[in-house]
Design a protein around this ligand. Structure first.
Ligand code: AMP
Ligand code: TRP
Length: 332
């Protein structure tokens, strides 16, 4: 039995990329493991977010995770700010991680863009907090999409440097659990960009709460090229939009890419998009319906998150208190 930790930012609404790249795997890993799943509201603050929207989206995304199959009786589901151990350990890691390490993070470079002077310092130390999230529980398995693998390498570097500097074997090594077939679902508008909650265009992603009309419209308008579908996987090379749509189909239908192409080769995107729409709808409809129902009882969501936070703190508090002892904080 392994201890699993993963997190999702409660900004916007979780989308198909989150589901296929991460959440689906969180649900599967609940079986036979100890799952700890976190709505990372401290991370959400690294870019401006309206307070009322943050509160609302924390609840909606909690409802979504439950609708996707996270069982709060079995796994621990909570919001990050409710467990202070994360921020306490993050400070220690701010002092362990090197400036140069963080400066090499591609997600920071992407998010900061040209205007580095103007971004929050929180955005820069974001990966230190992420390392703290995981290591505060001594969790060893972390299911994420491919975009997080550099952050997980950094978390391992931090754990190793801490252990080395203080002469302890305190923090374990983390193993990323990345589902290769769906680790990077791309935007429907641009096959070179990942599907993301922060993309200004809602047409770029399928939200897990979208209704049938929205899904049909987004897939119909999804960018493609003028060629018909190829007859082999090699034929998808240099056709990022086609590659993305066929991959989504393959993962949802639980078929290898080659098999999807055998059925659809030579066809235009029109009929293929119709089959894809049906498939996506059949997966999202039950999730969206369950979310709407769960979301109505905010009191119950808050109780679930409070209970999750209490159980999370019971694990993380002693570990972080021990780390504080190791670094020499007096605990009078
Ligand atoms: P975020 O929305 O950035 O909080 O991401 C939550 C989880 O979903 C992380 O494990 C990400 O790696 C994963 N994820 C986010 N976007 C995608 C995507 N487009 N394709 C696959 N996985 C993704
Ligand atoms: N940085 C992750 C993302 O944006 C979210 C996250 C925060 C996370 N803390 C984590 C993921 C710890 C895994 C483990 O996707």
């Amino acid at each position: 039995m392994a201890r699993i930790f993963s997190g999702i930012q409660p900004t916007g609404i979780a989308h198909l990329g989150n589901y296929l790249g991460a959440i689906r795997n969180w649900v599967a890993l609940q079986e036979g493991n100890e799952g700890i799943y976190c709505l990372v509201d401290l991370h959400a603050l690294t870019v401006w977010v309206d307070p009322a929207a943050l509160r609302a989206q924390t609840r909606t995304n909690a409802a979504l995770l439950i609708a996707c199959g996270i069982d709060p009786a079995r796994s621990i589901l909570f919001n990050q700010s409710a467990v202070h151990a994360h921020a306490r350990l993050a400070w220690i890691f701010n002092c362990v991680a090197r400036f140069g390490w963080l400066n090499r993070m591609t997600q920071f470079k992407d998010k900061a863009g040209k205007d580095r002077e103007a971004v929050s310092t929180g955005l820069f130390v974001y990966p230190n907090l992420m390392a703290a999230d995981i290591l505060a529980y001594h969790a060893t398995e972390v299911p994420v999409g491919d975009d997080q693998s550099q952050h997980l390498e950094l978390a391992n570097d931090i754990a190793q440097k801490f252990n080395h500097d203080y002469g302890v074997e305190f923090f374990p090594t983390i193993t990323p659990r990345i589902m290769s077939a769906s680790a990077r679902i791309m935007s429907l508008r641009d096959g070179s960009k990942k599907m993301s909650k922060s993309d200004p265009s809602d047409q770029s992603r399928i939200n897990l709460t979208d209704n049938a009309d929205a899904i049909a419209q987004k897939i119909r308008r999804a960018k493609t090229d003028a060629e018909p579908l190829p007859d082999s996987v090699e034929g998808l090379a240099h056709r990022p939009e086609a590659q993305n749509l066929v991959s989504i189909y393959a993962v949802l239908a639980n078929q290898p890419l080659a098999e999807v192409l055998r059925t659809h080769e030579g066809k235009g995107f029109g009929p293929f998009k119709e089959s894809l729409t049906e498939l996506v709808e059949s997966v999202i409809r039950p999730i969206a319906e369950a979310t709407r129902q769960i979301e109505q009882d905010t009191g119950e969501i808050d109780r679930i998150l409070r209970n999750g936070a209490d159980r999370a703190a019971a694990i993380a508090d002693p570990i972080v208190t021990e780390a504080e002892k190791i670094v020499g904080f007096l605990q009078p």
